[in-house]
Design a protein around this ligand. Structure first.
Ligand code: ISA
Ligand code: CA
Length: 173
């Protein structure tokens, strides 16, 4: 039943082509997020949605189909719980200290330099990360780890890419 309901929601968002583009993704994310007073955001930007589409577009169609959307939606649902859990002062944002714990709780193993990079890239001038930035960061982290493991066939933690393969990975993200 839940599955059928979800498929209907998807159909409404995706329209005739049964794929979700960046604008459709932006509309659904902004409609849902405004129902959550504990998730501070100025709204998901189109550019962020283009990036999330690129990161989740496993079949290279340029848009996200039902499966790709369901994967994204399940991730966002679990990551919004983590966001709320670590927003200990209920500011609706995550500070750089809370971010470290949130990243760890989501299962990403990083190093100190990467925590600083994430804060530099996603935090505002007060070192706080709002919800849309948080989600964009996690979608990118998740996709980049997955891309690396897809290339790391023998699992030795080393991948070998030529420059065009590297550009294919980094330019569509
Ligand atoms: O589905 C919902 O409204 C809650 S449970 C989870 C959620 C919250 C925010 C977003 I954007 C997407 C999903
Ligand atoms: Ca796709």
């Amino acid at each position: 039943e839940e599955e059928k309901q979800f498929r209907n929601i998807f159909r409404q968002i995706a329209g005739d082509d049964m794929e979700i583009n960046a604008e459709e993704l932006r509309n659904v994310l902004n409609n849902v997020v405004k129902k959550h007073k504990d998730l501070k955001t100025e709204g998901f930007e189109l550019e962020s949605c283009r990036s999330m589409i690129a990161l989740m577009d496993t079949d290279g169609s340029g848009k996200i189909n039902f499966d790709e959307f369901r994967h994204l939606w399940d991730k966002i649902k679990s990551w919004q719980k983590i966001f709320k859990h670590y927003d200990t002062d209920h500011s609706g944002t995550i500070n750089s200290y809370e971010m470290r714990n949130a990243v760890n709780d989501a299962g990403f193993r990083l190093n100190n330099q990467l925590y600083d990079i994430i804060t530099m890239r996603y935090a505002d001038k007060n070192m706080n990360i709002d919800f849309d930035s948080f989600i964009c960061c996690f979608v990118r982290l998740d996709a980049m780890f997955r891309a690396f493991h897809a290339f790391d066939k023998d699992g030795d933690g080393i991948i070998k890419l030529n420059v065009l393969e590297w550009l294919q990975l980094t330019m569509y993200a």
